[in-house]
Design a protein around this ligand. Structure first.
Ligand code: DX5
Ligand code: ZN
Length: 217
């Protein structure tokens, strides 16, 4: 939508007691994807939701579900997350098991694949996956919690990913997740991001629709 910057609200920052009505509300926000954080208490020190909860909200919108797996053994659960209605499934390059295997499984089950990279991980570790995925997700914070402060050092990794995608001529989305708000969105987009995942800044806003317009422009 608009000038090519995709906006994906992260529902981790929303009221989990109102998940279904929140999803319905997002239909009016005119966003590109809905970002769903799945945490297993092992890969990250927090536990959120699984395939059952995602399936329970699937019919509340036609907006694509972008499911961000922060779990240890993602390859074990790919089918469940595809069956739950996830359109894009993102696995971490630091997770146990073979990321290529997870990416192939996601595609085999008919969803789009993504790879995520945490702040402590060098771009080189995930570089070879970039052309094989729909979404390359650069974490702006250590995964596990919303409401954290964006790490400026992530800008160089965004730029590396963008340069690589341009060199390869591939249309992989360069997404950024964690600590995004209206003060840092411009620098993140100028570094090369074309998707912004936004949690606290959007769900904490008095006028999220106006904020989305600002983030896009
Ligand atoms: C953190 C999650 C993010 C987070 C973003 O581990 O992957 O998606 O919910 O929320 P904010 O924008 O509040 O950092
Ligand atoms: Zn996320």
């Amino acid at each position: 939508m608009g000038n090519g910057v995709m906006i994906s609200p992260s529902i981790l920052a929303s009221d989990f007691g109102e998940l279904r009505s929140t999803i319905k509300r997002l239909n009016a926000w005119k966003v590109d994807r809905i970002h769903i954080d799945v945490m297993d208490g092992n890969f990250v020190p927090n536990i959120t939701i699984g395939p059952q909860a995602i399936a329970a909200i699937r019919d509340a919108t036609k907006i694509q579900f972008e499911t961000h797996l922060m779990i240890e053994k993602p390859h074990r659960y790919i089918k469940e997350f595809v069956d739950s209605g996830s359109d894009i499934i993102i696995v971490h390059c630091e997770a146990e098991g073979n990321s290529t295997r997870s990416i192939n499984l996601i595609k085999r089950y008919g969803a789009k694949a993504g790879i995520a990279i945490s702040p402590q991980t060098n771009f080189e570790v995930a570089r070879s996956y970039l052309s094989r995925v729909d979404t390359f997700l650069v974490m702006g914070v250590h995964p596990g919690f919303g409401g954290q402060r964006f790490m400026q050092k992530s800008l160089s990794k965004i730029a590396q990913a963008r340069a690589r995608a341009n060199d390869l001529g591939c249309d992989t989305h360069i997404a950024v997740d964690g600590g995004i708000n209206q003060d840092n969105a411009k620098a993140v987009v100028l570094a090369g991001a074309d998707e912004l995942v936004v949690g606290t800044a959007l769900f904490g806003s008095k006028n999220p629709i106006a904020l989305i317009k600002k983030l896009r422009n």
